[in-house]
Write a protein that binds this ligand. Structure first.
Ligand code: ATP
Ligand code: MG
Length: 329
């Protein structure tokens, strides 16, 4: 079976964007591929979070993956920092990355503009750590949202250069773009993507929001002054709501336009909210049950970490040999 690898940061409860753009398809991929999914807690260190909160969010993120249908019997699910290979590999990848190429990464530019008080070195070398995450497992495909394609391209560049300098070690990973995957935008600023670290709660739908909250947030979503539900340039807010509705109901944009012809945005927003609430309800229920069973979560995390270390250490040892680190006897 081909190997799929992807990660998500424990920077907050997953948003509808994370779900429709990533985790929902991760679940489906389990049937066809060997899937490795991890909570990217080392990556989350690039932004400041209260330590107790980071710890809690890491366990929650793990439970959220399971609640979304990731099955630890089928897939490898683990916390990044529990497998020490990631940090070690990250440093080696840092030393294989050029200042110039890292400077061109748009996520670095975006995030440093957002947090001007904390432009740390980790934020800058984030793509090198990510390259290590992927290459350690010799992944064939990496499902990433559109916001991460540049980092994947970077990973391939680093891997190619490494193979060229030290001899073939790495398989070159390819992006995987699920047909049904959607890029979800902020409800308050539909020109920027929905992010779980967004500080304005009205801008994001959390996958644990209840129906009332979801309906309210969609009601106050920014749209335009026309009254036409149709997908067209310049209608970012409506386009976003249509994208969400289509991703859940599998209707086409034409279907949706027909369905809401002659109706106002109010009706449309309610329909989108109801569809989203219906989709998320079982996840919220499963999450609540999982959080009651801490022993189970801890046990699954431990099993995941052990399996991950076993796989990753094979690649890491090869890499260390190739670069000339003297292996301990
Ligand atoms: P943060 O704001 O902390 O960066 P995030 O919401 O961007 O959080 P990540 O943990 O960085 O989430 O990314 C997890 C996955 O979700 C990635 O595959 C990413 O491409 C995808 N993703 C993130 N935001 C969206 C979005 N708005 N629409 C679709 N996919 C998304
Ligand atoms: Mg992100």
């Amino acid at each position: 079976k081909k190997i799929i690898l992807s990660g998500i940061q424990p920077t907050g409860v997953f948003t509808l964007g994370n779900y429709l753009g990533a985790v929902k398809s991760w679940k489906d991929l389990q049937e066809e591929y060997l899937c490795y999914y991890f909570i990217a807690d080392l990556h989350s260190l690039t932004i400041h979070i209260d330590p107790a909160k980071r710890r809690a969010q890491t366990r929650e993120a793990f439970a959220l993956l399971l609640a979304c249908g990731i099955d630890p019997e089928k897939s490898l699910v683990f916390v990044q920092s529990h497998n020490k290979c990631h940090a070690e590999m990250g440093w080696i990848m840092d030393c294989c990355s050029q200042f110039g190429e890292l400077s061109r990464m748009t996520q670095f530019k975006d995030k440093s503009a957002k947090h001007p008080d904390n432009i740390n070195a980790g934020l800058f070398t984030y793509p090198a750590l990510m390259a290590g995450d992927i290459l350690l497992y010799q992944a064939d495909y990496v499902p990433v949202g559109a916001d991460q394609t540049q980092h994947l391209e970077f990973t391939r560049d680093v891997a190619t250069r490494f193979n060229h300098t030290y001899g073939e070690v790495f398989k070159l990973p390819e992006g995987y773009f699920p047909k049904a995957g959607a890029r979800v935008m902020s409800l308050q600023d539909p020109t920027s993507k929905m992010s779980k670290s967004d500080t304005n709660p009205k801008a994001t739908i959390s996958i644990l929001d209840d129906e009332k909250t979801i309906l309210k947030k969609f009601k106050s979503a920014v749209t335009d002054s026309e009254a036409e539900v149709c997908y067209r340039e310049g209608k970012d807010g409506i386009n976003n709501l249509m994208t969400i509705y289509a991703a859940i109901t599998h209707k086409t944009m034409e279907d949706i336009t027909r369905e809401f012809a002659g109706k106002g945005y109010g009706d449309f927003k309610t329909a989108v909210g109801e569809a989203v609430a219906e989709e998320l309800r079982p996840i919220r229920e499963r999450f609540a049950a999982l959080m009651e069973d801490r022993a189970y979560l801890d046990e699954e995390m431990k099993k995941g970490a052990e399996r991950a270390a076993k796989i990753a250490s094979k690649t890491l040892t090869k890499v260390k040999k190739r670069v000339g680190l003297l292996l301990e006897k």
